[in-house]
Write a protein that binds this ligand. Structure first.
Ligand SMILES: NC(=O)c1ccc[n+]([C@@H]2O[C@H](COP(=O)([O-])OP(=O)(O)OC[C@H]3O[C@@H](n4cnc5c(N)ncnc54)[C@H](O)[C@@H]3O)[C@@H](O)[C@H]2O)c1
Length: 343
């Protein structure tokens, strides 16, 4: 959509499998965006997009997209293609939005960060949940001190499918929870361990449990699975004053704040005197904006291009997530070893 108030940015999208069409829909409709070209190797996917957006040019050649007048490229291809495609786009002086996870390893992520800096281009990673109004609300609750000291976080992201062929469930689903944790806590973990099993496809873990230990004694557990009967997308944050449950699947009450807690007696000399006091207060469900996170994310990308501002989920945040996924992968291969991350 062309909006008179802001400079219009011409955008190209590569990859229109499952996720690409959602980016395409947003870049076609958000103010100040002109979706001009879409690339994919599959002609049937391009025909589908052409049917939806007849004015958009389609091509099977990524090079043609890079040779075109687009100022920005969004990359929604399999993870194994992210690095090379983002590198080519930056070399062609395009601003780049890369889907999560940014790259397959830290070395590649660092190379993209350096190249973007050199070329003075925006490099952003599609950590969609960092733009989710419920996650933003949760962050404001933590920062305001309403929850007290954060003790621990539990994140569950499970469903039946979608099975990936090139990456395991940690690289597919955990980027969401890891990026949420880094954003919420404003901290990086110093220790990571992971366990997992491959039940359906040999060698590709479909179920995994990742534990992250943050400074200040905060522990976070992330459970990810493609092999679960129920779709659960839930994060519980337990603080010294209050506890919060963020349920992304609940259409109306995404955030529930529980005024619950436990206080230990200030002192006790005997077991009889030692009595914990439990607090059972109100449960509140604040109104949360239902704006689409991807619309906020794509608008933010274009706004950063116009202003030169650093994106919330810039290359460095993308690299931090990749480092954590790498550490989790090492731990998984080493039978759940505790991996240290120097921060
Ligand atoms: N942010 C989110 O919430 C979210 C959700 C799902 C997927 N994703 C990410 O989106 C990316 C794509 O995932 P998907 O599930 O859509 O995958 P997909 O396999 O459904 O689609 C990938 C598309 O890329 C095309 N492609 C592959 N190589 C290409 C090339 N060299 N040139 C042009 N096109 C090429 C394929 O033909 C396919 O249509 C992944 O990085 C994934 O992690 C993000």
């Amino acid at each position: 959509m062309i909006d008179k108030g802001v400079r219009t940015v011409r955008v190209g999208v590569v990859g229109c499998g499952y996720w690409g069409p959602k980016l395409i829909r947003n870049f076609h409709s958000i103010p100040g965006s002109e979706l001009s070209m879409v690339a994919d190797l599959r002609q049937d996917r391009l025909d589908h997009i052409k049917g939806l957006y007849p004015s958009v040019e389609t091509t099977t050649s990524y090079e043609a997209l890079l040779d075109s007048s687009v100022e920005a490229v969004a990359i929604a291809t399999p993870v194994s293609r992210h690095f090379e495609m983002a590198r080519q786009a930056l070399l062609a002086n395009k601003h780049v939005l890369v889907e999560k996870p940014l790259t397959q390893n830290t070395e590649y992520a660092n190379a993209l960060i350096d190249l973007a800096r050199e070329r003075k281009r925006i490099l952003m990673v599609g950590h969609t949940f960092e733009y989710n109004p419920a996650v933003e609300y949760l962050k404001s609750l933590i920062e305001s001190g309403e929850l007290g000291r954060v003790y621990y976080v539990n994140a569950t992201r499970v469903n039946l499918g979608i099975f990936q062929k090139d990456i395991n469930v940690i690289w597919d689903l955990a980027p969401h929870d890891v990026s949420i944790l880094l954003y919420l806590l404003g901290l990086k973990p110093d220790q990571i361990s992971a366990r997992g099993s491959a039940y359906v496809q040999p060698g590709i873990e479909d179920v995994a449990y990742v534990t992250l230990n943050f400074p200040n004694g905060i522990m976070a557990d992330v459970r990810v699975s493609w092999l679960d009967p129920c779709k659960i997308r839930r994060i519980t944050v337990v603080g010294s004053k209050k506890m919060v449950v963020y349920d992304d699947v609940d259409p109306n009450e995404k955030i529930r704040i529980y005024d619950k807690g436990v206080d230990a007696p200030p002192y006790s000399d005997t077991m009889e005197q030692f009595r914990l006091s439990y607090r059972y207060g109100d449960i509140t469900t604040p109104a949360i904006s239902n704006a689409e996170p991807l619309a906020i994310e794509t608008s933010h990308f274009l706004e950063c291009i116009r202003s030169g501002k650093t994106p919330r989920s810039d290359g460095a945040v993308g690299r931090d997530v990749v480092r954590i996924l790498e550490a989790a992968q090492r731990s998984l291969r080493n039978g759940g070893s505790s991996e240290h991350l120097a921060n």
